[in-house]
Each structure stands twice: as structure tokens, then as C-alpha cells.
Design a protein around this ligand. Sequence first.
Ligand SMILES: Nc1nc2c(c(=O)[nH]1)N[C@H]1C(S)=C(S)[C@@H](COP(=O)(O)OP(=O)(O)OC[C@H]3O[C@@H](n4cnc5c(=O)[nH]c(N)nc54)[C@H](O)[C@@H]3O)O[C@H]1N2
Ligand SMILES: Nc1nc2c(c(=O)[nH]1)N[C@H]1C(S)=C(S)[C@@H](COP(=O)(O)OP(=O)(O)OC[C@H]3O[C@@H](n4cnc5c(=O)[nH]c(N)nc54)[C@H](O)[C@@H]3O)O[C@H]1N2
Ligand code: SF4
Ligand SMILES: [Mo]
Length: 686
Amino acid sequence: MTAFTDNGVVRSVCPFDCPDTCGLHVTLQDGRVIGVTGDPDHPVTRGAICNKVRQLPDRVHHPDRLLYPMRRTGPKGSQQFERISWDEAYEEIARRMASVRDEYGAEAILPYSFYGNMGVLNAEGMDRRFFHRLGASKLDRTICNAAGSKGYSYTMGGSIGIDPEETVHTKLFLIWGANLVSTNMHQTMLATEARKKGARIIHIDVHRNRTSSWADEFILLRPGSDGALALGMMHILIRDGYVNDEFVKQNTVGYEELKLEAAKYPPAVAAELTGIPVEKIEELATAYGTTTPSFIRIGNGLQHHDNGGMIVRTIACLPALTGQWAEIGGGAMKGNSWYSRINNAAIEREDLLPDPDVRTVNMNQLGDALTSLEPAVRMLFVYNSNPAIVAPDQSKVREGLMREDLFTVVHDLFLTDTCKYADIVLPATAHLENLDLYSSYWHHYVQISKPIKPPAGESKSNFTLFKELALRIGFEPELFDLSEEDMIRIALDSRHNPLLKDITFEALMEHDWMKASDGTRYPKTDSLPTPSGKIELYSESMRGAGLPPVATYTPLAEPEKYPFLLTTGPNHSYINSTFANQAKLQKLEKKPVLHMHADDAERLELVDGERVLVRNDRGEVRLTLKVGGDVLPGVLVTQGLWWDDEAEGFSAVNALTPQRLADMGGGATFFSNRVEVVKLPAADAN
Ligand SMILES: Nc1nc2c(c(=O)[nH]1)N[C@H]1C(S)=C(S)[C@@H](COP(=O)(O)OP(=O)(O)OC[C@H]3O[C@@H](n4cnc5c(=O)[nH]c(N)nc54)[C@H](O)[C@@H]3O)O[C@H]1N2
Ligand SMILES: Nc1nc2c(c(=O)[nH]1)N[C@H]1C(S)=C(S)[C@@H](COP(=O)(O)OP(=O)(O)OC[C@H]3O[C@@H](n4cnc5c(=O)[nH]c(N)nc54)[C@H](O)[C@@H]3O)O[C@H]1N2
Ligand code: SF4
Ligand SMILES: [Mo]
């Protein structure tokens, strides 16, 4: 048994799906977590954390935490459950798994998980190994960054940008389709330091939000039009002689082809497509062409569109033209997971799959997978995710979850809206209750988080759950009877990633966080992980994949049957649907609003503060109108993934979003959905 400190301050790591992956100081009093602050010694956290995680004590000790396994006793969705023991839960799950496998094949079993907990062992360790060994359908985890990461890789070879710690030297920041004040606050801290030394910060977005107010300047554009802006900027850079010919020659392939494409986007064309005035595009491109070092933080938001992959691929070409990659503090970043990549193959063991050609289900198409996929999914195992809220086309997802012939297991800390449809609900530990390894997809530090309190009730970590289930089913002990420490050692095997060379289990236990680094600066633009080793302005692999090989602008795909384009991003106080059940944070967010341009409201005779019905062929949602100039006419924005609130007649925003996939990587298109807005009948409009 681990001995826990009842009183004092201990180190931990923030486990949530946020680029900052902060080092935490957790204060315990009589065994209870009473406070959480940022680790002042952590080089990126620097003592600061967001308000969400300052409320972590309320989450860990929440009265609604699931404390024991439960079995459904009423109809699906009715929330009627009875307490059972882990023994009974394991017995039933194992029996159902065996019967589905024997009758329909293991492919009829589908795991569904994402990054509710970013810990390597709990998000992509024992669970993956378990489902591979079982031979279940594979899940393509595409819900977050798939299109943009693929697009960025076509240009740069992988999720590899500059070290964010360098950005204190940047002189011009373009924050492009990212709401950093809410979603990556430590990047704003670094940018603020740069600003003190004279940096200028420009936010490019479809919504005037917290980040726009914090930035020095704001450029409002049409959703999905960013590719045209980037090409318009390239047009000006080329026209006005701001291209660094020497850098381009040494570090890129395909400049001549890109030049031909950029020629098609003179400022007037870019202005027409983006809605940005010509003078603003001229000014932005000139600033970009004349300021060194300049840095582009590419967000996740702008790639949740039909053309999201191509948008990111195109923006990622910009710093190559001006040679910014060569400057400290210059270049771009979409994600940085390349630096601290661990040995996933060795922990996940995909090689254990009995049939390597087993089907793959795209997690953005869970609705179809549960309602029309053949052969049918008979068993669904959800952990680290809340698909009833976060997955697109919610009505389809729920129609599937309601199927009587679908056996669903959900492992979570709370009775989420997904749990409501479960046959078996299993209680999960909070990350403070287990050992895990964390890497960031933004900064370069690898961290270890030790258990600092015993599990709440009978809760078990994902690692323990899948380990015990495997052993119970009779899977090989040599594959599954491992400790967390064993698996961390396997994950840190640095043969495939020399940047992890000094990061061992022992060293991490001593230092808590260590930088993945070989002492040199990346990305090295003449030896990138692209096919040519250089920055690919022209990409043969894209051509092979049936995509235009050169950066280009493609319009959004959804037909214009409905008048508005609605983007549905995250909000400030929740992380996806996590934290949406905490009273203090709910109070700060009040209720979900719909931002609409004043001209549109006037035309539809709608007023600020009115509750309206937003609908399309997929579903409908009631939202409170916020009228103003924060979006362009024809554009709507709502933020936050709220839990079901039946009293309010509110169904979550993914009732409206499509299962359609983006242009690359099988990515989600949450932000490319068309809707109409109508008045609510007087009786409903409270
Ligand atoms: N507070 C908070 N922080 C979070 C999360 C959270 O839910 N809440 N979620 C975490 C996760 S999982 C992720 S992936 C990241 C996401 O964080 P970000 O990378 O910041 O992405 P989003 O907030 O989804 O969208 C960013 C911005 O893109 C804008 N946008 C939408 N469409 C377009 C477009 O076509 N062009 C341009 N230029 N802008 C557009 C939106 O208005 C939004 O302001 O944040 C992480 N951090
Ligand atoms: N409309 C719209 N939809 C979106 C987005 C959007 O911007 N707009 N954003 C998308 C993005 S970028 C993302 S990343 C996804 C996020 O989708 P999800 O990864 O599903 O995110 P969460 O809603 O935070 O759900 C995570 C769940 O995991 C649980 N959990 C936490 N720790 C553990 C653990 O250790 N074990 C187990 N078993 N469970 C645990 C949490 O309690 C929570 O219920 O949502 C996507 N959906
Ligand atoms: S959610 Fe992000 S900013 Fe907040 S503590 Fe966690 S890692 Fe840091
Ligand atoms: Mo995400």
C-alpha cells in the first residue's frame, strides 16, 4: 500500500486535454484536497493555472462521484441502476464479451475513448493493448485535431513546430483560429512577455472573443476562408519581394508551383472570399513580410471545417516563404507532440491483433456506426469520453445508444449523459489517485504524476480496469500482469525518440518534469520527417491521396440550404464536457448563448436576450441570443459542451453538427454546419 500524506503540499500534473499540461501543487488537509495551484518551479506553468483547475478539489470530492459499479435496471436512458460488486461487473462484461465474440466475431465490439485523462497509461496504454488482443474494431481517434495535424504534416512532416518557450522573442504573433486566452493560457503568458519587449499580437478569428480583446488587433473573417487569406498574403509577399529566396532554395520543395497558385489570389480576390477589407490584408501581409521573428500559432478551431486540413497545410507554408523558421522565436506551431512522442507501439501492442485487417470505425461517425454499420456493433465500451455530448449528430448517437441489442459499458467519474444509456456503469479514479506519465502536445516537458490519495469509493483507473479484465478473461499474464511502473518504462524506451534519452523512470520520479531535448533546436527545416526532408510547398503524397498537391483554397462543403453557418467551439470554464457539472463553473458560464450579427437579428425581428430555436435537418437546440458585432452577418457562434438540461428543454449543440468528415485525416467538421434560427413559441421563450 502506498502511504499518503494527509497534510501538506504535493506535486502533480494537470491531466486534462489542454495543451498547457501544467505542473500542479496540490494542498491536502486531513487527507482531503483543499487547494490546487500552479507549480512555481515548472518552466512553463510558472505558478499560474486556469480557474477551472483551481476548482479541482470540487471535482475530486464531488458528491456525485461514482463510487461503485452499477447495473441498469430500467429502460435505457431512464437512469435506473442498482449497485453491484466489481466481481459481478467483471463477470457480466466478460460473459457478454465472450458471447458477442463467439456469435458475431470480436469486430462487433467497439471501444470508444478519447482524452478525458491525458495520462499515457490511462488513455493509450493498457486499454489499447486489451482491445488489440481481443480483436475488437479499431477506433480512429479523429474527433480533435485529425484534419489539421494531417494538413500540417503534409507541409512539415509531423506535429512539429517551434518550442513555445522561444516565443518570448517573437516580434509579431499571429494567433490564427485559436482562442488562447481560454484554451492555452500559458501561450498568452509567453506572448505577454514578448509584448513587453515590443511584440505585436494579431488575432484572426470568426468570433470576437476573449482572445480578441486581449490581442493588440483583431481580424474578423468568414468561417472556412482562412486558406484564401493565407494565399492572399503569399501573393503580396511574392509581389512585394518579401520572399527569402535563399531560405526557400535550401529548405523547401515546390516554390514555383506555390507561386502559380498564390498568383490566383490578389488582395481583391482574398478580400471577396474572406470578408476582410483589402487594406487590412495588405497591411497584415506587409507586417508579416517585414517583421522578424514572426510566429503563427495555428489553432484547432479553424480545422474543424470541411476544408480544415487544407487550411492548416496552407498557413503552415507561410513561414517558409519568409524564412522565419531560421529565427529564434520565428516559425509556426499547430501541435508539438513530435518532441515527446513515447513508444506507443510497445505499450499499445497493435501487433497483437488477431486480424490486422479488422475494420476501423471513425469516432466522428459513431452515430452511423451504432445505427447502420454492418456487421452491427453489439458491444460498446466507453471510457475517457462522453460521446452522448461530444460526438457530432447527437440524435443518431443516442438512437444507437438506445438500441436494446447493444450492450454498453461506460467507465467514468460521473454519471454523464453517456452513462444514462449504459448497461454497466463503472467508477473511475481521479488522476490524483494513480501513477501516470504525461507529455504535452504543446510544450516539451515529460512529467510523472504520483498517486497522492486513495481511490474514491471502489473506483479503479482505466489501467487497473483493463488489466484485471484481461487477466479474468484469461489473456496472457506476461502481456497484462504489469505494474504502472513497468509500462512507464516501456513507454520511455528512447530508441525511437532520442529526445527522451535522459528521461528514465528513476529520473522522473526524482525531478517530476524533464524536457524532451537533445540540446539542439528543432524543427530542422532541411531534414524534416517529410518524404523530401524539406518543407513541402508541393506534396507528392497529397497528390497520391487524391488531394491538390499545392496549397489551395477550397470552399466549405455543406450545401447552402440554411442561411447561417454555425461554429460551436469550447467555452472558457469547461474542458469539452468536463467541469460542466460543477456549480461554481456553471455559474460563471451562466447559460449557452448564440452570437448573431445585429443586421441578421433585425431582419429576423429577434432581440438580444431572447431565447431562440436553432435547427437543421439533424436536430434543434434552444439558445439565448446575444446580438452585436462579434460575428459577421450570416455567421453564428455558440460555445461550450453543456450537459443535458431537460428542465430548460435544452439539448446539447451537437444535435446540430454533421458526421461528415473533413478533407484530411478523417477529421471532424463541428464548425461547418448550416442552420436556421426561428422564434420560439411564446410559451417556450422563458
Ligand atoms: N477552456 C477550455 N480550454 C480548452 C478546451 C476547452 O474545452 N475549454 N478544450 C481543449 C481542447 S480538447 C482543444 S482541441 C483546444 C481547442 O482550442 P483552440 O485551438 O483555441 O480551438 P477552438 O477553441 O475550438 O477554436 C479556436 C477559435 O477558432 C475560431 N474559429 C472557428 N472557425 C474558424 C475559422 O474558420 N477561421 C478562423 N480563423 N477561426 C475560426 C473560433 O471562433 C475560436 O475562437 O483547447 C483545449 N483547451
Ligand atoms: N460541437 C463541438 N463538439 C466537440 C468539440 C467542439 O469544439 N464543438 N470539440 C471536440 C474536441 S476538440 C474534443 S478533444 C472532444 C472531447 O471529447 P471527450 O474526450 O469525450 O471530452 P470530455 O467531454 O471532456 O469527456 C471526457 C470524459 O472522460 C471522463 N474521464 C476523465 N478522466 C477519466 C479517467 O481517468 N477514466 C475514465 N474512464 N474516464 C475519465 C470525464 O469525466 C469525462 O466525462 O470533443 C469534441 N466535440
Ligand atoms: S486545464 Fe490547462 S491551463 Fe488549466 S491547469 Fe490544466 S493544463 Fe493548466
Ligand atoms: Mo480537442
